[in-house]
Design a protein around this ligand. Sequence first.
Ligand code: PGA
Length: 254
Amino acid sequence: MRKKIVAGNWKMNLDYAEGMSLFSEIANMVKDEITGQQLAVICSPFIHLSSLVQLAKSYDKVAVGAQNAHQYESGAYTGEISAKMVKSTGAAYVILGHSERRQYFGEDNQLLAQKTLTALNNGLKPIFCIGETLNERESEQHFEVIKTQLEEGVFSLSTEQFEQLVLAYEPVWAIGTGKTASSEQAQEIHAFIREQIANNYTQEVADNTTILYGGSCNPKNAADLFAQPDIDGGLIGGASLKSRDFLDIVKVFN
Ligand code: PGA
C-alpha cells in the first residue's frame, strides 16, 4: 500500500527560532492524528534542517526535508548546498522541480534529472514536482507538458531508483494564488500520471507511487482533494506556516 503524505513547504520563510517553534507546535499537534502508512514531512530552509531532525526524533511519523539540493557532488559552487550535506543533517526528503525553482532559477527538466539522480545517490527521497502553467492549460497542452516533465525528469531512472520518489502535481496557476484545481481536474491529472508510470515501469510500481497534490491546498478543500482515488496527500505551502491549518489538513486523512 502506498504512503499517504502531507508535506509542508515553508519556502523562504521563518528565521531559526520561528522555525524551531513552529515545528514543535506542528509535531505535537499532528502526532496523534497520523497512523499506519501516513506521514507528515516538513521541508524547511537549510538552516533549520539539522535541528529539526533532532526534534523529529521524538515523533516517528514526522520527517524532515530540504527544498533543494545541487546537481553536483561537491566543488567550487559558492553558496550552494549539496545532497550529501542535506543527507548529513539527517533529513530524509528533498523537494526538486518546484515551479518556483523552474521559473526563478531556470531549472529545466535536464538539470532536474541530474539533481534527482544526485539526491538518490546520496540516499535522499526526492519529492519531485511537476505541473503546467496557466497558459499551457488554457492552450490544452497540460497532458503533454506533464508527460514531458516525467519523461525528461525522472523516467530514465531505474525501477529501484524510481521507487524512492514521491511525485507532486502542482499546477503553477494554483500555487499561492488561492485558486485550487477542482478535485476533478486534479484527479484527472493524477490518474494520467499514474498511467504514465505504469506504461514506463509496471502497474505495480504505479500503484505504489505516492502522488501529492499541491497548489492552494487548505483545510477547506483538502477533504475533497484527498478523497480522490489517485491523490495521496498534499504538498502545502501557505497553510503549512499555520500549525492549526496544517493540523486540519492532516486530520483529513481520518
Ligand atoms: P501553496 O504552495 O500551498 O501556498 O499554493 C504550494 C507549493 O508551492 O508547494
